[in-house]
Design a protein around this ligand. Sequence first.
Ligand code: GLN
Length: 250
Amino acid sequence: QPSGYATHSPSGSESTLRIAWIYPDLLSTYGDRGNMLILARRAQQRGMPVETIEVRSDQPLPAVADIYLLGGGEDGPQALGAQRLIADGGLHRAVAQGSVVFAVCAGYQMLGGSFFAKGAKCAGLDLLDLHSDRGPSRAVGELAGEIDPRLGLPPLSGFENHGGRTHLGPGVSPLARLTTGIGNDGSSEGAWRGKLLGTYSHGPALARNPALADLLLRWATGMSNLPPLDDTWQERLRAERVAGVAAARS
Ligand code: GLN
């Protein structure tokens, strides 16, 4: 373990689930830290020892994490974060080793081939077959959609706030078909391939979509089933949001 990371590690054993949050100093808008907290909590509730690692943008990416998280960010920090992450090279190595990557909004755009920030085209990490440009207006508001049935999850809900629009190539699948909001392009939302998944959903996404958090935990641990948790409150909020936006549109 390189020194200098902010970590929280109760055990540090071989079976510890390691969650790395990439660049909280740059990519931390809209409460996306909550995604790390939710993953850690849901793993701990299943008795898994967890270590969370916060990787500032002046630090090298740790090679050991099972799950890497990227959050949202304004254009300037997003462009800087992409440059540093490309120069680091660690995320490509982690993906090649089978680590899980979950990326939100600016982080999601950064996983593609290119994106726009402050009017300039920026190179992305090219880990997902997609690219982003700018839309006619900012997409701000509730987001809801039916998730790819192969993932076996209930409908997605979230909050979006972005200027970019994302175009998927044949090498990725849309995460969801939208019922509300703009997402990628007004019809699909997010993308996934293998154990990489990106979304425009803040909220934070994993607090509002606990089944999505469990999918990432299953990918990271290789477990086909996880003991159920009491998600009454999260499910009530999700149902309320999905029903609320549907009612507001009719
Ligand atoms: N800067 C990007 C955009 O506006 C991402 C914004 C965000 O992460 N919320 O498209």
